[in-house]
Design a protein around this ligand. Structure first.
Ligand SMILES: CC(C)(COP(=O)(O)OP(=O)(O)OC[C@H]1O[C@@H](n2cnc3c(N)ncnc32)[C@H](O)[C@@H]1OP(=O)(O)O)[C@@H](O)C(=O)NCCC(=O)NCCS
Length: 246
């Protein structure tokens, strides 16, 4: 049985038990767009991506997410944020290169107002955060499985959007944990979506062949954000932290 604790304010952690997962969240609502973003710890590739954004708020969000990701990961590794080297796996998933003491797994997700980072020493993780917005039913029909569409059709009108977003973030968290991006067919696996039911991977059909029996958890950081975490096995604990810069 996984113990879930949080949300607790923290400026960073240095210890992470094996078989546990830490999830860090921060908000973008308070960012002051007139402030020059701090890009001092980003690498040349991140700075190139940062400069490609045409609008100040997008630049600020990118700099905040990547700066926070570096600061949090560096805290576990006892390194400076700027010293971390990232590589991208075959499916596009970023990974740390040469994390000597600890082979840290992590995954980042961001929405308009929130950033989320999952970190684990032994288990593989994927995370996704989404905020309510207008969703056309055709989007659900295009991406979800027959089983999921049936479950959605049984929901009351006001429950449709949260149900869709729970489904979407659970599927996306699994795909991000697998690290394969769009290469797996989205309708070849089913996840639960009804309020009050356990987040779960309900079924997998060929050609989807997952490396792990993904465990799903609700890690929504606020009422107006829905977030899901996929973990490669049942973690002993999940600790939720609101990241505060020191
Ligand atoms: C790459 C992808 C996983 C990003 O998802 P997203 O919801 O747009 O964005 P998120 O904010 O959740 O995640 C972005 C972060 O994930 C990480 N990431 C990028 N590629 C990744 C991959 N292949 N696997 C895991 N993580 C990845 C990066 O850290 C990225 O942050 P950055 O762009 O600032 O460097 C997405 O484009 C994708 O392929 N999604 C699956 C397909 C889909 O349509 N799913 C719908 C589910 S119903």
């Amino acid at each position: 049985m996984t113990v879930i604790t949080g949300w607790e304010n923290s400026t960073g952690q240095t210890s992470l038990l094996a078989e546990s997962v830490h999830v860090w969240a921060w908000g973008h609502e308070d960012l002051v767009t007139s402030t020059e973003p701090d890009i001092s710890c980003l690498d040349p590739d991140e700075i190139r991506r940062y400069r490609r954004f045409r609008f100040g708020p997008d630049q600020l969000r990118f700099a905040t997410c990547h700066g926070n990701m570096r600061r949090i990961l560096a805290g576990y590794l006892g390194q400076s944020p700027a010293a971390l080297v990232f590589a991208v796996g075959a499916g596009g998933k970023p990974a740390l290169v040469d994390s000597p003491a600890l082979r840290l797994q992590f995954n980042l997700s961001h929405s308009k107002n929130f950033g989320l980072l999952a970190v684990a020493p032994a288990l593989e993780v994927g995370v996704d955060v989404e905020e309510p917005r207008k969703i056309e039913p055709s989007l659900a029909e295009r991406y979800l499985s027959v089983v999921e569409l049936q479950m959605l059709s049984e929901l009351e009108d006001g429950e449709w959007l949260p149900g869709f977003l729970r489904c979407w973030t659970r599927k996306e968290a699994i795909l991000k944990a697998e690290g394969v991006g769009l290469r797996l067919p989205l309708d070849a696996f089913d996840v639960s979506l009804k309020a009050g039911t356990r987040p779960a991977l309900l079924g997998v059909r060929p050609p989807a062949a997952f490396r792990f029996p993904w465990q799903l958890f609700d890690v929504s950081p606020a009422e107006n954000a829905i977030a899901s975490l996929a973990v490669s096995g049942p973690p002993a604990s999940i600790n939720l932290f609101c990241y505060r810069t020191a």
